[in-house]
Design a protein around this ligand. Sequence first.
Ligand SMILES: Cc1cc2nc3c(=O)[nH]c(=O)nc-3n(C[C@H](O)[C@H](O)[C@H](O)COP(=O)(O)OP(=O)(O)OC[C@H]3O[C@@H](n4cnc5c(N)ncnc54)[C@H](O)[C@@H]3O)c2cc1C
Length: 250
Amino acid sequence: MAEPVELKVEMIACTAFTPPASVEWSTDAQGAEALVEFAGRACYETFDKPNPRTATNAAYLRHIMEVGHTALLEHASATMYIRGISRSATHELVRHRHFSFSQLSQRFVHAGEQEVIIPDLINEDPQLRELFLRAMDENRFIHNELLHALEEKLAGEPNALLRKKQARQAARSVLPNATESRIVVTGNFRSWRHFIGMRASEHADVEIRQVAVECLSALRLAAPTAFGDFEIETLADGTRMATSPYVTDF
Ligand SMILES: Cc1cc2nc3c(=O)[nH]c(=O)nc-3n(C[C@H](O)[C@H](O)[C@H](O)COP(=O)(O)OP(=O)(O)OC[C@H]3O[C@@H](n4cnc5c(N)ncnc54)[C@H](O)[C@@H]3O)c2cc1C
């Protein structure tokens, strides 16, 4: 039986920062956001904070965003572990070329149950949900038949691991877009901001939009100023989107 799974986004790493002992400077933030400020001040040697309007870390970072000096944000990075995401949404995600990815292998890992992501529009309608799950079950049946037939066909291959891999890589071609995937994504803050700007937009697909909003929520906890300009809104259909006045260059 196909088993619907929910999206889960967890931040598993975020930049740590060790200020150099040889520089006389301190700030009221830590980690990634302190590093971004340090990198900016290093450009102009303004560790003595000559401009009182940008003396706090938050004011400094907001100024960076206002003037578009966003290259500084590349010094800070964060890693998300995303589960409960469909293969079609990861296909959209991996289009973002500044991220680094490590994705669950369909050639090596054969899930016992078929875990699937049901699009909200289908999930909210009992008839459509039933039709969807039936399609998933029929698909799984055919996939398993194919897999067994392929394993038999490859019975002459003495390397068991290779045999299984060859069978799975051929059989997986019938798996649906809704198949659950898992992926580790690392990006610098500039890339995360670009990704959120594009994918948390109301024009993006609902699932990747949900992924982007969840990533934004996690990033905001770690770096409230660097991602504080994004506003999260709820649309008429109950889904969420986010926009920032500073992320407009698509
Ligand atoms: C609503 C929506 C609909 C979409 N529909 C389609 C579709 O129908 N078909 C389709 O194929 N894709 C589609 N996409 C994907 C889209 O075309 C991009 O591939 C994807 O969003 C990655 O965006 P990007 O290229 O801006 O960013 P990234 O790869 O995240 O790169 C960030 C930025 O870096 C710069 N950059 C990166 N690489 C280069 C380079 N080689 N040369 C110059 N500058 C570079 C650019 O400024 C780019 O904006 C869609 C995306 C959205 C949000």
